[in-house]
Design a protein around this ligand. Structure first.
Ligand code: FE
Length: 136
């Protein structure tokens, strides 16, 4: 599976902040415990900060104590997984299925009572929309 939107780095640089560009397009990582959403537990949805695609629901967010926002599930078909062998580790990268933006990684140490998965996501890759302000 490939992301739907394809843009060059220079096109992304025009629409993203330098920090968003670094994380979303250059696979950067927020420092642990620093992001806007790590300890954020309001009701709503989390969109891709680059393209606006809806990625996660607050219902699936949980406190993993890993230092990054963690979810036990994602919106169906919103995310693509890819093997990542960087930094001398074997991990699975998660990217936005719509724009290919780097979100973080997925691990198998999530809550056993639900999916057992931990979607470990950079706050910088996300935009939260509060439940009351979601228009439908
Ligand atoms: Fe996206």
């Amino acid at each position: 599976m490939s992301p739907k939107i394809e843009k060059s780095d220079s096109e992304w640089e025009k629409v993203l902040t330098p920090k968003q560009f670094h994380i979303l397009r250059k696979k950067g990582t927020d420092l642990p415990g620093t992001g806007a959403y790590t300890y954020h537990f309001e009701e709503g949805i989390y969109k891709c900060a680059a393209c606006g695609a809806v990625l996660f629901k607050s219902d699936n967010k949980y406190e993993s104590h890993c230092g990054w926002p963690s979810f036990d599930d994602a919106i169906e078909d919103a995310i693509i997984m890819r093997p990542d062998y960087s930094h001398h580790m074997i991990r699975t990268e998660i990217i936005c299925a719509n724009c290919g933006g780097h979100l973080g990684h997925i691990f198998d140490d999530g809550p056993q009572e639900t999916t057992g998965k931990r979607y470990c996501v950079n706050s910088t890759s996300l935009d939260f929309v509060k439940k009351d302000s979601i228009q439908k």
